[in-house]
Design a binder for this molecule. Structure first.
Ligand code: EPZ
Length: 418
């Protein structure tokens, strides 16, 4: 397993580019199951999770070819099979996205239940209830969900809770359903909007993506298309926090600041200077950071995927902060590791109470999940001394070449393979 060794205390300075968004690339790749023609996707990042979904799509009979650094071509002539096996699904929950497209195109699917992960049980009941409303017969059998429907029919569906991949799963299924589907309480994330843009390029008829009410008029079939994935707002936010924590001056290019308004607002509240253009954001910090209160919320609220990173920042801000995690049950796994670096944090239920300390001390720490590992890297960049982050395979799931990008900003960070 790899580890990252970081010598902290160096202000990061310079320019860095955002990569394509992991959480937009995954559903876009799965959309290839809906047609027999190829789709070409640009700006697909080289990440662990992208490799996992390629393995799953290959298993289902999709041919995937990478051309150049960031372009993928995906073609489904006919699936070799309609089962997403446990050993592939257990490593990445987003694998359940194949359920809707397989049922819509081939009339049935058998997908392993994802099981929980470090940040919570992560059920898919909302996905299944929606497919049942569209006429699918859903049954559970020895850890697998089986869904069958000769042809899905349009339905009016109100999600009990906002779910990003649930909205994406049902939106894809509805493109080929008989009639119109209306989703209420749909997720509004930019990644949902990006998927709808791709599906409409493929001939779907989707209106309202990005709002809580999305309507999808079913069509007999879709066709091939080409699409560029949106920039990764969480990677962008992570580099913004790195600049603020190290007292540096960093510009992130090829990003969409409009996807990060809640993060930018909170960063300014801590005292960081944030300047935006249409496709870049510059973050500087010259004064002592001030503590702020954070409450995660579905988009456009403060993204739960930025909570761990912001906690690292608040652990060295002046004063106290309260961070309330409202989306996942157990997304404070980074706290124990931050405590080992000298942070002063107390977790009570879904709230973390942070008292800022003057500085963190480098230490050996262990990553537990994707965003927790980002939080530990950020803490190491700001800490005095050397931090070793182990189990960085968690980090590699969602950040492409992070040590190269950070070194480009002046960080002292090296990867070692044990
Ligand atoms: C997506 O996960 C993202 N992943 C997550 O990013 C992100 O944290 C999450 O949305 C919230 O923004 C991808 O897009 C691939 P949810 P998803 O369904 O869709 C509960 C990262 O770091 N729920 O919106 O799995 C669920 O347990 C990852 O890149 C149900 O109860 O999240 C959670 O508490 C981590 N039943 C809440 O809803 C369901 O059927 C939100 O989950 C579905 C969800």
């Amino acid at each position: 397993m790899d580890k990252l060794i970081i010598r902290g205390g160096i202000p990061l300075k310079g320019h860095v580019e955002a990569g394509g968004a992991k959480n937009a690339a995954l559903p876009a790749m799965v959309a290839s199951l809906l047609i027999g023609e190829p789709i070409r996707l640009h700006r697909v990042p080289r990440l662990g999770d992208v490799k996992t979904i390629i393995d799953l799509l290959n298993h289902l009979g999709v041919k995937v070819e990478r051309s150049g650094q960031e372009t993928l071509s995906l073609r489904t002539d006919g699936t070799s099979q309609l089962e997403a096996p446990y050993h592939l699904v257990k490593t990445m929950r987003a694998s359940v996205l194949v359920l809707g497209p397989l049922v819509a195109r081939f009339g049935r699917a058998r997908v392993s239940l994802p099981g929980g992960c470090a940040i919570g049980p992560r059920p898919i009941n909302l996905h299944l209830a929606a497919l049942e409303k569209m006429g699918a017969t859903v049954s559970l059998d020895s850890g697998y969900v089986e869904a069958k429907a000769p042809r899905l029919r349009g339905a009016r569906i109100t999600f009990d809770g906002q779910t990003v991949t649930g909205t994406e799963n049902v939106m894809m299924a509805a493109t080929l359903a008989d009639g119109t589907t209306v989703l209420e309480n749909a997720a509004c994330e930019p990644e949902v909007v990006d998927l709808a843009a791709l599906l409409n390029r493929m001939g779907a008829r989707i209106d309202g993506a990005g709002t809580p009410t999305v309507s999808i008029e079913g069509v007999p079939q879709l066709h091939g298309a080409e699409h560029e994935i949106i920039p990764d707002r969480v990677e962008t936010g992570t580099f913004m926090v790195a600049a603020a924590m190290t007292g540096g001056d960093v510009t992130i290019n090829r990003c969409v600041p409009g996807h990060l308004e809640a993060i930018i607002e909170k960063l300014r509240e801590t005292g960081a200077l944030v300047e935006e253009t249409d496709h870049s954001v510059r973050v500087r910090r010259e004064e002592q950071m001030q503590g702020v209160n954070i409450r995660t919320h579905p988009y456009p609220g403060f993204a739960t995927d930025m909570q761990a990173q912001f906690m690292a920042l608040l652990s060295i801000a002046q004063g106290s902060s309260v961070i309330t995690e409202t989306v996942f049950e157990n997304r404070f796994m980074h706290v124990n590791e931050l405590l080992r670096m000298g942070a002063d944090i107390k977790v009570i239920g879904t709230a973390a109470f942070v008292n800022g300390v003057p500085t963190l001390s480098g230490a050996p720490v262990m990553a537990t999940d994707l965003r927790a590992s980002a939080s530990l890297v950020l803490a190491g960049l700001a800490a005095q001394g050397v931090t070793t982050v182990s189990r960085v395979y968690h980090l590699d799931r969602g950040y492409e070449s992070i040590e190269q990008k950070l070194r480009g900003l002046g960080a002292h960070i090296e990867r070692f393979t044990e």
